[in-house]
Every structure is written in structure tokens, then in C-alpha cells.
Design a protein around this ligand. Structure first.
Ligand SMILES: [Zn+2]
Ligand SMILES: [Zn+2]
Length: 394
């Protein structure tokens, strides 16, 4: 099915691609939006409101598919802003709508879940839930999407289509994105944008790339069984520890000596060498495989132009090194042209760096307006360009 002989097919596909992902030219980007969304996002009225929301979510972290209070907070804020939404979608998910309510539709997404980690940062708004922490910055992600919603709602008349706000559950292993898609919540959506905060990029800077940006991931369990016996008669025993040790070392050898670091492969079978039995169990239902995150090329051009317009050329890295973490944003990209970028929220460059998922992670709230403004600008500009392309093609 990958090779089409008929010319008609080529033509059909060509038009489909044009309709699905408008081609953007750099001249389209100047002065498209009457207001600079970053200026609005930095205003005390919006910034202080966002900080308050972020701290509230940070204090009450909830794990995947249990984000009931977070979901409630989101709906309360959307109610106050007069933004209609669908709920529940995928257990705790909330899908909001701003604009004309008609086609074209563009989605912007935030994940809501926290991690089973005990927060070790001592501060006023430390997690109040023992053993749970927003150590991946999803508290900031939710906040910035609400920030974008507030800005876009204020400029609803300028929106040339509909912005779909996606507050999704369970990014951390639960594949909430897949559930959102299965619920049919993103039918008719022609592009989707997402961001991830990073603690090692300064505030005001962003990074991304076209094509593959993050790895795929999968979880499996290997059970190696041997046969017990007296240590003095090893020939009558089968030692699973030796076999397991051999597997561990061999896997490391594979990574360091056999596999392309950007194309990792894992081969099993070491246990058999040591006369043990090995069983490999895939937990596809509980922990689904995440496909690689692959950024759409046309949306990359749009991101580059919007981000440079908003932040300046020196603040936008459009060729970041791919990152070996995985993101369930990739599920959206399998069915909709999608784009994920990294947002700088470095706390303080003089402090030791703490990675995502560290119990010591601290994020810089000064980055919140940048995320909100980028979300809003990307969505609004996408729709303007989409309409321009439809007119030109028509
Ligand atoms: Zn994470
Ligand atoms: Zn994350």
C-alpha cells in the first residue's frame, strides 16, 4: 500500500496534503496578529493569575487518570472565562473550544498528570501529597494552556476558525493521548501543537527541530528462572543470577557497541546460553509502547517564524539534538500533523542542574508567559495561514 502506480492517486494525495497542512511562507508572518500575545501574557493580571494556578496544581499533584481535582480546577477557570468544553473525555480530560466553532480546527495540548515521586524541594508551595510530585512540569503545562485560553478568548473575534484546547490525562506511561484520540475528541482537527518545559534552557528561549525529536519507548518484563541446589555442586544447579548478570552486561554492550545511539535495538536470548528459561512479558495494555515523536516539516516553518517574531532569532534553536525521552504526543502525530517544542524554564543557572523527574526539580515561573503566548500565537497564526492558503488554492 505504500506504492501507488496510478497518477490519479498522486494527484489525490497531493491535494490532501495541501489541505491538511498548509504551506507557510515567511512573508505571511509579519503583523498578522493585531496584538503581541507575549505583552498580554506578561501583564500582572495574567501573570499573577497563572502563578497562582500553577502553585495550586503543584500543591495537589495527581497521577495519571486520577487528575480529578486538576480537571475540576481547569473547568472552573474555563467557566469563568466563558469557554465551552467537553468533559469527561478519557476519564479526566477536558476539551475546550475558542473561536467560530467551525472549521478549520487547530489543537493546543497540555498534559495534567504528576509522578509517584516525593518532592524534596523545601518551599512554600511544596506538594501536599506524600509520594506525589509534579516533577515533569505538567503543572506549568496546564497553567500555560489556561493562559493561552485567556488570551485567545480576549481576541476571539480575530480567530479565523476554532482553537481546541486539549487538557489530557496520563502522559507518564498511561498513553492519555491515545485515549483522547479513541474518544474521537480530535476528529476534524487539522494540526496540533504541544510543548514541554525544560529546566536546562533559560527563560525566553525555545528549542525544537523538524522530523524525529524524541524516542519511542516500550516496557517489558523478563523473567529468568534457574534451578536451585548446593553451591558446592554447581554442575547440578542452574544459576539465574549469573544469566541475569550476563543479560544486563550484554544489553549495555549492545547500546555501546552495536546499536546506533539514535536507533537503539535490544536482543534477548542470553538466558538460554546459561541453560535458564526466559520469559518476556509485554504490558501493552497497562504501559503501551510510545511511538517516536516526529515533528511535521510545515509546522516547523510556522513555529520558526512565530517564535522568532515573538522572541528574536537568538532565542530560537531550530536544530536541537534529538532527545531520548518519549512523549505520548507522538500518538497525536500518527493521525494529525503535529509539532512539539521545548520551552525554557531554567530556575537559576547558578544552581546545580536538576533534570525532569528529579525530586529536586524547580521551575522558573517567569517562563509561564512565554508558553502561554507561544501556544496562543501558534494556534491563531496557523488558522490565519490556513484560511489564506484555502483562498489561494480556491
Ligand atoms: Zn515526565
Ligand atoms: Zn512530561
Amino acid at each position: 500500500m505504500r506504492y501507488f502506480k496510478f497518477k490519479g492517486f498522486h494527484l489525490l494525495i497531493f491535494f490532501h496534503v495541501l489541505a491538511a497542512t498548509p504551506v507557510f511562507s515567511s512573508s505571511d508572518f509579519s503583523n498578522q496578529l493585531s496584538t503581541n500575545f507575549l505583552d498580554i501574557a506578561k501583564k500582572a493580571e495574567v501573570f499573577d493569575w497563572m502563578v497562582k494556578i500553577r502553585r495550586k496544581i503543584h500543591e495537589n499533584p495527581e497521577l495519571g487518570y486520577q487528575e480529578f481535582e486538576t480537571s475540576k480546577l481547569i473547568r472552573e477557570e474555563l467557566d469563568k472565562l466563558g469557554i465551552p468544553y467537553k468533559h469527561p473525555v478519557a476519564v479526566t480530560g477536558v476539551i475546550g473550544f475558542i473561536g467560530t466553532g467551525t472549521s478549520p480546527f487547530v489543537a493546543i495540548r497540555a498534559d495534567m498528570d504528576a509522578l509517584p515521586i516525593q518532592e524534596l524541594v523545601e518551599w512554600e508551595h511544596k506538594s501536599k501529597v506524600p509520594g506525589k510530585m509534579h516533577a515533569c512540569g505538567h503543572d506549568a503545562h496546564v497553567t500555560m494552556l489556561l493562559g493561552a485560553a485567556k488570551i485567545l478568548k480576549q481576541h476571539e473575534k480575530e480567530i479565523q476558525g476554532t482553537v481546541v484546547l486539549v487538557f489530557q490525562p496520563a502522559e507518564e506511561g498511561g498513553a492519555g493521548a491515545k485515549k483522547i484520540l479513541l474518544a474521537g475528541a480530535l476528529e476534524n482537527v487539522s494540526a496540533i501543537f504541544g510543548l514541554h518545559m525544560l529546566p536546562n534552557i533559560p527563560v525566553g528561549k525555545v528549542a525544537s527541530r523538524t522530523g524525529p525529536i524524541m524516542a519511542g519507548s516500550g516496557v517489558f518484563q523478563a523473567i529468568i528462572s534457574g534451578k536451585g541446589g548446593h553451591a558446592a555442586i554447581p554442575q547440578q544447579t542452574i544459576d539465574p543470577i549469573l544469566a541475569a548478570s550476563s543479560v544486563i552486561l550484554s544489553l549495555q554492550h549492545l547500546v555501546s557497541r552495536e546499536a546506533d545511539p539514535l536507533d537503539p535495538q535490544v536482543i534477548i536470548g542470553q538466558a538460554a546460553v546459561q541453560r535458564c528459561n526466559a520469559t518476556v512479558i509485554f504490558h501493552g495494555e497497562v504501559e503501551p509502547f510510545y511511538p517516536p515523536t516526529v515533528n511535521n516539516g510545515d509546522l516547523h516553518k510556522l513555529f520558526q517564524n512565530v517564535a522568532v517574531n515573538l522572541l528574536g532569532t537568538d532565542k530560537v534553536n531550530v536544530d536541537m539534538a534529538p532527545f531520548m525521552g518519549a512523549e505520548d504526543f507522538s500518538f497525536y502525530q500518527e493521525v494529525i500533523p503535529g509539532y512539539l517544542f521545548m520551552l525554557g524554564m531554567e530556575y537559576n543557572s547558578s544552581e546545580p542542574f536538576q533534570s525532569l523527574h528529579s525530586p529536586y526539580l524547580k521551575i522558573n515561573e517567569d517562563g509561564l508567559p512565554y508558553g502561554a503566548a507561544l501556544h496562543a500565537s501558534l494556534a491563531a497564526t496557523y488558522l490565519i495561514n490556513y484560511q489564506q492558503n484555502v483562498t489561494q488554492l480556491g
